[in-house]
Write a protein that binds this ligand. Structure first.
Ligand SMILES: *[C@@H]1O[C@H](CO)[C@@H](O)[C@H](O)[C@H]1NC(C)=O
Ligand SMILES: *[C@@H]1O[C@H](CO)[C@@H](O)[C@H](O)[C@H]1NC(C)=O
Ligand SMILES: *[C@@H]1O[C@H](CO)[C@@H](O)[C@H](O)[C@H]1NC(C)=O
Ligand SMILES: *[C@@H]1O[C@H](CO)[C@@H](O)[C@H](O)[C@H]1NC(C)=O
Length: 294
């Protein structure tokens, strides 16, 4: 039974697609193809392979030299739920790369050369549950709202990257998050990061390899584990606040002091004026009395 025969009105592209899919006639060279799964692990591929069956659900490109994922070719694989691209050379800008693979549940981009994650990188992946972007040493920035659309995310790994900072809002609003890898990063433990550390200590998310989640800077806190750093930071960030309060109090008290001086000065003048007037009145009265006596 040929699907091509029974679907005459469909366009040529679709016919070709159906043919490939139903017959499984194509499999990229060097890759092995099983039912709905294409595995191209370790084939020294430089480019995204062509002729991938269009009904593929699981695509494994691990351990190759792929530096670019073509969004259009990827979007032909509209049923893809599992994509493993670990150990490649993917870098720079992945924004809008995954625009056509909206059913993706599992995405592994670890051991690549990612540099940043923005809202547009993963915002189309509304079904995503597992995202691995660990071991990207040049990854230095993850935008605040990078995972705002990935509300089903359960497992997120950002270990062993160049990250120094993560905004609490990036992860705290993910209702299904169970596991968050944060170890061996270059965390900069300043007062802004205290908010994130506090969230960590209070959340029920599991942080694997907790012994390796440490401050990298400032020097004074280097290698300090995050729970211990919380106590230290709390103290220094609080004292910092007290200093500001102290300055404010000094300002207020000097204001009060000057207002007091001015008030005392005015009161003094009033007293003097009153004294002058009252003594004049007394003199006048005395004069009047003297006049009456004489
Ligand atoms: C990784 O990305 C950086 C910055 O874009 C670039 O300078 C470097 O050459 C890349 N490394 C590899 C191995 O592609
Ligand atoms: C992200 O989510 C918003 C609403 O939550 C939605 O309007 C938008 O289309 C989503 N973005 C993408 C690219 O799917
Ligand atoms: C803390 O460090 C982060 C990242 O280096 C920086 O963006 C932020 O402005 C710093 N906050 C303060 C209060 O210094
Ligand atoms: C912690 O990191 C070091 C390297 O910095 C590594 O050798 C060690 O295995 C890590 N610990 C765990 C439990 O993974």
């Amino acid at each position: 039974m040929s699907p091509a025969g029974s679907r005459q009105p469909l366009s040529l592209v679709l016919l070709l697609g159906m043919g490939m899919a139903s017959g499984n006639i194509s499999c990229p060279s060097g890759c092995s193809c099983r039912y709905l799964e294409v595995n191209c692990t370790g084939q020294q591929l430089q480019e995204f392979p062509s002729a991938i069956p269009l009904d593929t659900r699981q695509l494994i490109l691990a351990a190759n030299n792929v530096s670019y994922l073509p969004a259009v070719e990827l979007s032909f694989l509209a049923d893809l739920v599992y994509l493993d691209c670990q150990k490649n050379l993917l870098g720079d800008d992945l924004d809008f790369t995954f625009i056509g693979v909206v059913k993706l549940v599992y995405l592994d981009l670890s051991f690549n050369n990612l540099t940043q994650v923005t809202f547009s990188t993963f915002s189309q992946l509304l079904s995503l549950m597992v995202l691995k972007i660990s071991d990207n040493p040049n990854l230095v920035a993850i935008e605040k709202d990078a995972f705002a659309n990935n509300t089903l995310l359960r497992h997120l790994d950002v270990s062993r990257t160049g990250l120094t900072f993560l905004d609490t809002s990036t992860v705290q609003d993910l209702p299904n998050l169970r596991l968050l890898g944060l170890s061996n990063n270059l965390w900069h433990c300043n007062c802004s990061f205290l908010d994130f550390i506090t969230w960590m200590t209070e959340s029920s998310v599991h942080f694997p390899d907790a012994d390796n989640i440490t401050c990298y800077t400032p020097e004074a806190l280097r290698a300090l584990k995050i729970p211990a750093a919380e106590v230290q930071l709390h103290t220094s960030c609080q004292t910092h606040l007290h200093k500001e309060d102290y300055i404010l109090m000094c300002l207020i008290s000097s204001c009060i002091f000057f207002v007091g001086i001015v008030a005392a000065w005015l009161a003094g003048i009033c007293a003097v004026i009153y004294h002058i007037y009252s003594s004049k009145e007394e003199e006048e009265k005395e004069e009047e009395e003297e006049d009456a006596v004489t």
